[in-house]
Design a protein around this ligand. Structure first.
Ligand SMILES: *Cc1c(COP(=O)(O)O)cnc(C)c1O
Length: 487
């Protein structure tokens, strides 16, 4: 065998063995990192030698050096932020994507990659209940899906006022008013900044007890200037409690004043894939653009996000590019016309593989199963002595809080006011849970109080994982605070 081939074989063999052993050991290893910053820097931050080393040795050493610095986010006991796992078919396709080394900018660079993306776009619209005519782009994540959709929105809103934003830019352009609920995600604000709308144009409106934008508040705000070009952001699943704005009510209100409605459905858009949860996104197909992720609830490896735009021509006009050296195919779909990137990974392959592994029923079942586990984790942890449910999941997001009552044997509040003591206790318990290595949860401040977030998005989470995690939390809660709170 030629040396080149054996380099690949040895290196990929080594990577394969480490990969499989990582996956197989997830049940026995800590979900939280166990190596500290100093240790990781000491191992990883070596001087870059003048001479290179053998490729399989690179992989061996990389694997050894990162030990303890990886989270168990590929496994079933990880409930921090909103981080999905990765399905076997999707990981396999992702490996091949690297090996095939296709630049999926143009049909001409990789005909197969272009056709796979075309297919993924069609399947996603079907599964998520979006208009079949909508254009789409496979981007790196919901952040870039916002950027893609908002570029189209900016084009359409300003074109209506006779302003060509692609040529004239945003200096001197009519101001675009942006309205959203106060639960909007930071990635939306960043898209607003990047595209030159300016964060100061964003007006955050109040929500009801269920976290939904109040229709009257939107109506009042729109009425203040009925002719201003306006972008309305609606939420399909907010980050803390998975709240859904009422699309049926709000979209017609926004459209009545000519606004563009964009939906952040990073994970929540997937409710549309489940017959049991579809009611949450009722009316969503009337929006103008939608952003979601593949790397969260669809369990595609990073980086995978999807943008959809109802007005294809606005989408294309805002992104399409022509250069003398590019070869465009008349009938095929060139990704560069729809994507903000130029050279790009053929990220359609893993998304395609995930969808084929699951099928329509499998997607629905995955979504429903995660919601079921989130519900039982939240309510069972919330029922433990010294704990309380703050938000019982309607989808896959729950909130619990830990209480520092004096009657609790592990009281650690001292002389603090009750709410402050509970806040401190909640953070202490989260840290103590992470320290057990049995589960990973994140904290948040929700409606003024500290809370532990319970987010289930990984296909690997099982009933047994839930039992194991509840048991681990129970044992943390039963330990005196002097031990429970220390790290
Ligand atoms: C994660 C998330 C985003 C950002 O998505 P990325 O894939 O991280 O870019 C936006 N909105 C919501 C509600 C999210 O949960």
């Amino acid at each position: 065998m030629a040396k080149l081939d054996s380099d690949f074989r040895n290196t990929l063999d080594t990577a394969f063995n480490h990969a499989v052993s990582h996956l197989e050991n997830l049940d026995q290893t800590s979900v939280a990192a166990t190596a500290d910053l100093e240790t990781l820097r000491a191992r990883i931050n070596k001087p870059l030698a003048r001479a290179g080393i053998a490729p399989d040795q690179v992989i061996q050493e990389l694997n050894a050096d990162v030990a303890g610095g990886l989270l168990g986010s590929a496994g079933g006991r990880f409930f921090g932020w909103v981080i999905g796992g990765a399905l076997p078919a999707a990981v396999g396709a992702d490996w091949l994507t690297s090996v095939w080394q296709q630049n999926s900018a143009l049909y001409a660079c990789s005909p197969a990659a272009a056709v796979v993306e075309e297919t993924v776009g069609v399947w996603l619209k079907e599964i998520l209940g979006l208009p079949p005519k909508a254009s789409f782009a496979l981007v790196t994540g919901c952040q870039m899906a916002h950027v893609t959709c908002l570029a189209a929105a900016r084009h359409a809103l300003l074109q209506k006022r006779g302003w060509d934003v692609e040529s004239q830019g945003m200096f001197g352009a009519p101001r675009i008013r942006i309205l959203s609920s106060c639960e909007c995600h930071g990635s939306f604000e960043r898209a607003v900044r990047l595209l030159g709308f300016g964060q100061a144009q964003v007006k955050l409106l109040p929500v009801d007890d269920e976290g939904r934008l109040i229709p009257g508040a939107l109506e009042d705000e729109l009425r203040k200037d009925s002719t201003a070009p306006t972008l309305v952001l609606l939420q399909a699943g907010d980050i803390n409690i998975g709240a859904y704005d009422s699309f049926e009510t709000l979209i017609p209100i926004a459209h009545a004043s000519g606004a563009w409605v964009h939906v952040d459905g990073a994970f929540g858009l997937w409710a549309g894939a489940s017959p049991r949860l579809r009611h949450l996104v009722k009316g969503i197909e009337a929006a103008d653009s939608w952003a979601t992720d593949g790397h969260k609830w669809l369990n595609v490896p990073f980086d995978s996000g999807f943008a959809f735009v109802a007005d294809r021509s606005a989408h294309r006009a805002s992104l399409s590019i022509r250069a003398a050296y590019l070869t465009h195919a008349a009938d095929a779909r060139d990704q560069v016309d729809w994507n903000p990137e130029w050279s790009r990974r053929a990220r359609g392959f893993p998304a395609y593989a995930a969808l084929r592994q699951l099928g329509r029923d499998g997607v629905a079942e995955l979504i429903e199963r995660c919601c079921h586990h989130a519900h039982s984790l939240t309510t069972r942890i919330g029922a433990l002595p010294g704990a309380e449910v703050l938000w019982e999941p309607t989808i896959n997001q729950g909130l619990v809080r830990f209480l520092a009552q004096k009657s609790n044997p592990s009281f650690s509040g001292g002389l603090l006011p009750a709410e402050e003591a509970n806040d401190r206790r909640t953070d202490e318990i989260i840290a103590a849970i992470l320290k057990t290595g049995e589960a990973f949860f994140g904290g948040t401040t929700w409606r003024g109080r500290r809370a532990m977030r319970v987010s289930v998005t990984n296909w690997r989470t099982t009933e047994a994982d839930v039992d194991r995690v509840v048991k681990a939390v129970a044992s943390v809660l039963s330990v005196p605070p002097a031990l429970a709170g220390r790290s």
